[in-house]
Design a protein around this ligand. Structure first.
Ligand SMILES: C[S@@+](CC[C@H](N)C(=O)[O-])C[C@H]1O[C@@H](n2cnc3c(N)ncnc32)[C@H](O)[C@@H]1O
Length: 278
């Protein structure tokens, strides 16, 4: 609890408000719906926002689907109860939010026509069972749209120095102020998949890739500071470091890095994928 008595917010909410983030997600939602609309004889009855977090994508989806002739049931699934509470407040009655994981959501929701799975697939150590579960949950003609900015190809050429410098400045601050180093043994080895590996995985599990693109977003220093406030990001970047220390160090060192490099924005690629169930 802070001095005002409210619990600190370690969710993704602040990052999700950035314009570039809204834009990449909007493009994915629109591309997913466009692919599905090529099957006009199959109406959309139910849509799922998997790993919905605080509901940013659920709201986009609800706004787009409101125009449909038939009402569409929208369900958001996430394991974090604090994120779901925010999503319920943000989206209101346009969607139902239930607790569940990407590894086992078909017991919570099935028979869906659209699945959106945004900015989360990279968090899962074993992605294949989730893709298989998504195929199981989709009706005939169903469409899966997912995106990630943590994949082999997300660094735009020439930006590698930024990530190295940010980590170096973080380690220096941690040592100076807390006398500690991250504990790399506390982090699960997580390899970023390439677009081709995602394509193969989809094809092995009953999908056909309808669209796969890399979309560039321009990230501000504030956006990195906001993502540093998200517990899963801070714990992944500085494993084993007390969370509040990690967040504070990451926020200050990224500001220092932007200043040293003399930049206001940094390009980063989002992999945008839409796949049809076949
Ligand atoms: C970076 S946020 C993305 C939220 C939202 N989809 C968006 O794009 O704005 C990642 C979300 O994945 C959720 N998450 C983490 N592990 C998960 C799992 N095993 N199954 C489903 N969701 C998970 C987190 O709780 C968090 O809400």
């Amino acid at each position: 609890m802070d001095a005002g008595g409210s619990a600190p917010d370690y969710t993704f909410e602040a990052f999700a408000r950035h314009d570039f983030y809204r834009t990449v997600n909007e493009h994915l939602v629109d591309a997913t719906l466009q692919i599905r609309e090529r099957l006009p004889s199959l109406p959309i009855h139910r849509a799922l926002d998997l790993a919905c977090g605080t509901g940013a994508v659920t709201k986009l989806l609800a706004d787009r689907l409101r125009a449909m002739r038939e009402p569409v049931e929208i369900v958001g699934v996430d394991p974090s109860e604090s994120a779901l509470e925010k999503a319920r407040r943000f989206v209101g009655s346009a969607a139902e939010f239930v607790r569940g994981t990407a590894q086992a959501f078909s017991n919570v929701v099935s028979g869906v026509d659209i699945i959106l799975f945004c900015n989360a697939i990279h968090l899962l150590p074993d992605k294949e069972p989730v893709i298989a579960e998504a195929r199981q949950a989709l009706n005939n003609g169903g469409v899966l749209g997912f995106n990630t900015s943590f994949y082999d190809g997300c660094y735009t050429p020439g930006t590698e120095r930024f990530y190295k410098l940010w980590m170096l400045r973080s380690l220096q601050l941690l040592k100076q102020e807390a006398g500690i180093r991250p504990d790399r043994t506390k982090v699960q080895a997580m390899r970023w998949l390439s677009p081709e590996e995602y394509r193969d995985m989809l094809e092995r599990n009953g999908f056909e890739v309808a669209q796969m693109t890399a979309e560039q977003a321009m990230m501000t220093c504030q956006s990195w500071q906001d993502i540093s406030q998200y517990s899963e990001f801070a714990e992944g970047a500085l494993p084993g470091v007390p969370l509040d220390t990690a967040i504070s160090v990451l926020k200050r060192s990224v500001a220092q890095t932007y200043e040293e490099m003399g930049i206001n924005e940094l390009p980063r690629n989002w992999l945008q994928v839409v796949a049809r169930a076949v």
